[in-house]
Design a protein around this ligand. Structure first.
Ligand code: PMP
Ligand code: GLN
Length: 384
């Protein structure tokens, strides 16, 4: 493994899912639902396979049906208008979109500001592109995690090329507010920065939180690369259908890289996701209601077990602080948790450059069946 990549090793998700399998534990680590998405969407994929749509290389930018559906979804929900032919690119999941965007937009040595804790592929993709990551730490504040706007402003230097934003935020569950997004947008305009914004959890917001795409803020449409994914919204994480929306120039740049990463992917699934994006609002509302109930179920169990719970406004993850349990090292805690409680979780420290700051935080996924969450909550209550 080369020096640029040596620090990355195996992703925590693979490590922890293997631990769950080996110990027969309930896997609340890696974020994937234990129930597949809607039958009609699955059947749409079967139909595409049977009818021979997408079984051979689909067009490089994605099949027209899906590009049109992505543009229609952005317009219907957010009033963002994109030309499906020049402003939409289908990728092999959001993961490829992130990597391709950073490879396309960074020169070696460029600085990228990302919120810490950050989704693990950000650090790896910045490294692949030869960039330098500059973390701005989200800090616990009034039951959630908050961005300090002064810290963000102070992190910008003459070498900063790009802000890598993620809202709703994995792993903390924070959803950036209108004020925070306005400040980020103003900063990007003032310092002439590009923004790559990972909005894969756009539909998973709770209570009175609202997802606002950064591209809708003044001055942002022309400098923002927005990334989405079908994996989270439709509960088919294995299909690996993601997308990028941006100006023709930015989409063209990402596409230039993407064609040499995978060229194309997910042929028949692209047709199925096109149908999924046209599902009525009731589908998205039901998904949110289901996850909200599950969030509350798991949050109650974790609280009763003695964890400090940061109730997420979005995503399907709960970040906890283990210090009230007399623990301080999330890595050691997560490695011992299968034996102690028969449950697997993720140590948030892997999402920090400053592992000390991240040490006491542990993430639990709640995109699981109710009986599985009930069982997990009981095990945790019994163990602590
Ligand atoms: N970004 C974030 C914040 C994520 O949590 C994930 C998924 N786990 C991804 C990107 C990757 O999405 P995909 O599976 O579509 O590649
Ligand atoms: N995004 C998922 C999570 O945060 C996992 C994706 C992966 O395994 N790469 O749990």
């Amino acid at each position: 493994l080369n020096r640029r990549f040596a620090e990355f090793g195996t992703t925590i998700f693979a490590e922890m899912s293997a631990l769950a399998a080996r110990t027969g534990s309930i896997n609340l680590g890696q974020g994937f639902p234990d129930t597949d998405g809607p039958d009609e969407v699955r059947e749409a994929a079967v139909r595409a396979l049977r009818e021979g749509r997408g079984n051979q290389y689909p067009p490089g930018p994605g099949v027209p049906e899906l590009r049109t559906a992505i543009a229609a979804h952005q317009e219907r929900r957010y009033g963002l208008v994109h030309d499906p032919d020049t402003e939409v690119l289908v990728t092999a999941g959001a993961t490829e979109a992130i990597a391709a965007a950073l490879l396309a937009l960074l020169e070696p040595g460029d600085e990228v500001i990302a919120f810490e804790p950050y989704y693990d592929s950000y650090a790896a993709s910045i490294a692949m592109a030869g960039g330098t990551r500059v973390p701005v730490t989200l800090r616990p504040h009034e039951g959630g995690f908050r961005l300090d706007l002064d810290e963000l402003r102070a992190a910008v230097t003459d070498r900063t090329r790009l802000l890598l934003v993620n809202t709703p935020h994995n792993p903390t569950g924070a959803v950036l507010t209108r004020e925070e997004l306005s400040a980020i947008a103003a900063l990007a305009v003032e310092r002439d920065l590009l923004v790559v914004t990972d909005e894969v959890y756009e539909h998973l917001v709770f209570d009175d939180a609202e997802h606002l795409p950064l591209a809708t803020f003044p001055g942002m449409r022309e400098r923002t690369v927005t990334i989405g994914s079908a994996g989270k919204t439709f509960s088919f994480t294995g299909w690996k259908v993601g997308w990028v929306t941006a100006t023709p120039e930015l989409v063209g740049a990402v596409r230039a890289v993407k064609q040499f990463l995978t060229y194309v992917a997910s042929g028949p699934f692209q047709y199925a996701v096109a149908e999924a994006l046209a599902l009525p609002d009731s589908y998205f509302a039901a998904l949110r209601a289901d996850l909200l109930a599950k969030r509350d179920l798991l949050a109650a169990g974790l609280t009763e077990a003695g964890f400090e719970v940061f109730r997420p406004a979005g995503t399907y993850f709960i970040t906890t602080d283990i210090r009230p349990l007399g623990e301080k090292d999330g890595f050691a805690f997560c490695r011992a948790l299968p034996e102690r409680a028969g449950v697997v979780a993720i140590p948030n420290a892997v999402f920090y450059d400053d592992r000390e700051t991240g040490a006491p935080f542990v993430r639990f996924a709640f995109c699981k069946r109710t009986e599985v969450l009930t069982d997990a909550a009981e095990r945790l209550r019994a163990a602590f």
